[in-house]
Structure formats: C-alpha cells, structure tokens
Design a protein around this ligand. Structure first.
Ligand code: COA
Length: 274
C-alpha cells in the first residue's frame, strides 16, 4: 500500500477528560506544550489531531513502535521522522507524509516513493472586507491567468470557491517541497481541469506550470466535496488505536483546555473544501 489519505473531524470532536489527557500523554513533550499554548480549543484540537495522525501513520505504516518515534521539524517547520532511522528499511527511507488542518478537518496524506503535500481549506467569507477588496489584497498570490479563472464565475460564492481551490493547490505544492513562506507564488501557475467537482471523484487533470514551463512530474488531486470522500475518515478510537503514552498524566492540562473558548466569536463560515 503506497498511498495513505486519512482525515479526522477535529472541529466537532468534543474530547472527554480521559481522551484529552490520554492524547496529551501520547505526543512528544514539546508538542504537548505547544498545543497547550493555543488560545482557542479548536486550534488545540486540530494540532493534537495532527500529531496523532502523524504518529499513527509512522507507527502503523512505517512499522515503528509509537514510543520510539521521534518527530522533528525542518527549519521551515515541516515535520519529519528524525529517529529511529533504520538505514536499510525502504519503508522508512521512501515514505513522504504531510499534514493539514483547518476548519472541521485534520488530514494526513502520505506516499511511498513520491513527495507529497496536502492542504485543506475552509471556504470562508472575508471577515471585514468585501470579496473584491479581499481579492485586491491577495493580488500578488496568483498570476494574471489564475485571476482570470478565479473571477470568471458570475457569483461571489463561486469566485471564492475558485479562489480557495487555487490557494489549496499552491499550498499543497509549497508544502510538498517544504519551502513555507519564502516561496514566490508567482512562479507557479495552475491550470485546472474543466471537469465539475462531483462527490467521491478525484480529478487528476490539473496541470502546474513552474517558471512558465509545464511540469510533468507532479500530480494533483484537487478537492472532493465535503466530507472528504477520497480520505478515510477516522474515529478517535482509530486515531489512538496504536498509541502508547510517552509521559505521565497531567491533570492541569485538562483544566487549562476546559478554560479555552472554542473559537473567536466573529468567525463566519460557509462550507469546507479539501
Ligand atoms: C505551514 C505552511 C506551509 C502552511 O500553513 P497552513 O496552510 O496555515 O497550515 P496547514 O494546516 O495546511 O498545515 C500545517 C501543517 O503543515 C506542516 N508544515 C509546517 N511547515 C511546513 C512546511 N514548511 N512544509 C510543509 N509542511 C509544513 C505541519 O505539520 C503543520 O501542522 P503542525 O504545525 O500542527 O504540525 C505555512 O507556513 C505557509 O508558509 N503558508 C504559505 C502562505 C501563503 O502565502 N499562501 C498563499 C497560497 S496562495
């Protein structure tokens, strides 16, 4: 099995005390501390789900016992398996994995023998500005050609959907190469498949141009409509099925989680796209 697509519905996850404390024990101490610092519960839950997805993947698909897994981040923030590195194991050398969490979902994509990047986007109305003003602020993120496609539908809803679809494609590429914010987004231009999105169908016709040359070596799986049908949706029990505690229970971690508001009040949502 050379391809993994997992999703966890962290937005509607309401962890019990024992679930949250157990989850906290099963991630590395520095990640537990980082998650504890989020102001809003939605961010803490999605980051926690992300860590559990990563460890579940490394444990179950790369065959490394949970307690031996040591994940670190590149200087630009991309998680990778730092230890144990069994030099002769193909599965350790050739798996690539990436994580995204936004809105209702935390998702993991992994590929054997190929670099992978994943991005999940929640389609939201711009908070305080109008859609044209929002697009104006974002001008430099897309090429002229991409803007012509994004702005071609007559309704603002459809324009926003096209905007976020392009956005997620750029992000997934940036995340596959691990470059983070430093990458000039004008260098990549997407030419989307003209097929309409339908439930459960993966479109692979999207092409990417890098520095004006079409790239043949990249494959894009643009969105399935929510829920993400191309991903296997995991329950919390499945998420922690292979987990084993790394640290002692810390009751204060639950107390501080309980004090957090779910999300900032002014968040206005429409729907979610992967
Ligand atoms: C991390 C980054 C690459 C994506 O951030 P994001 O879309 O807000 O967040 P996502 O939920 O998709 O991904 C976050 C996860 O990606 C992973 N990640 C972090 N840095 C990464 C990097 N440099 N490369 C790949 N993956 C990275 C992490 O697992 C992170 O989750 P964690 O911190 O809980 O472990 C962001 O730093 C970035 O640079 N974004 C580009 C911003 C931009 O201008 N976009 C315009 C697109 S048109």
């Amino acid at each position: 099995m050379g391809s993994v697509r997992w999703a966890f519905r962290c937005g509607s996850w309401t962890p019990s005390r024992s679930d949250w404390l157990f989850a906290a024990r099963c991630v590395q101490r520095e990640e537990k501390d980082r998650i504890g610092q989020f102001v809003f519960a939605k961010d803490a839950k999605s980051a926690m789900a992300g860590r559990l997805l990563l460890r579940k993947f490394v444990c179950e698909r790369m065959g490394i016992p949970w307690s031996e897994i040591k994940l670190e981040r590149t200087p630009r923030g991309k998680p990778y398996l730092a230890a144990p590195l069994r030099i002769n194991s193909d599965s350790v050398r050739f798996w690539s994995f990436n994580l995204s969490h936004q809105g209702d979902f935390a998702v993991l994509a992994a590929e054997l023998g190929m670099q992978v990047g994943v991005d999940v986007m929640k389609i939201t109305m711009p908070g305080s500005s109008s859609v044209p003003e929002f697009f104006r602020i974002m001008t430099r993120q897309f090429t002229e050609y991409e803007w012509s496609i994004i702005q071609s539908p007559s309704s603002e809803d459809q324009q926003l959907a096209a905007f976020y679809r392009h956005w997620a494609l750029k992000e997934s590429f940036i995340k596959a190469i691990g470059s983070g914010l430093g990458f000039n987004l004008q260098r990549v231009e997407f030419h989307l498949s003209s097929e309409p999105l339908t439930q459960g169908q993966v479109l692979r016709q999207t092409k990417m141009h890098l520095d004006e040359e079409e790239e043949e070596d990249w494959m894009f799986e643009p969105p399935s409509l929510p829920p993400p049908t191309t991903f296997t949706l995991l329950s919390f029990s499945e998420l922690i099925a292979s987990a084993s505690p790394l640290t002692e229970e810390d009751p204060s971690y639950w107390e501080s989680f309980q004090m957090k508001a779910e999300a900032p009040q002014r968040q206005r949502d429409t729907r979610t796209s992967v």
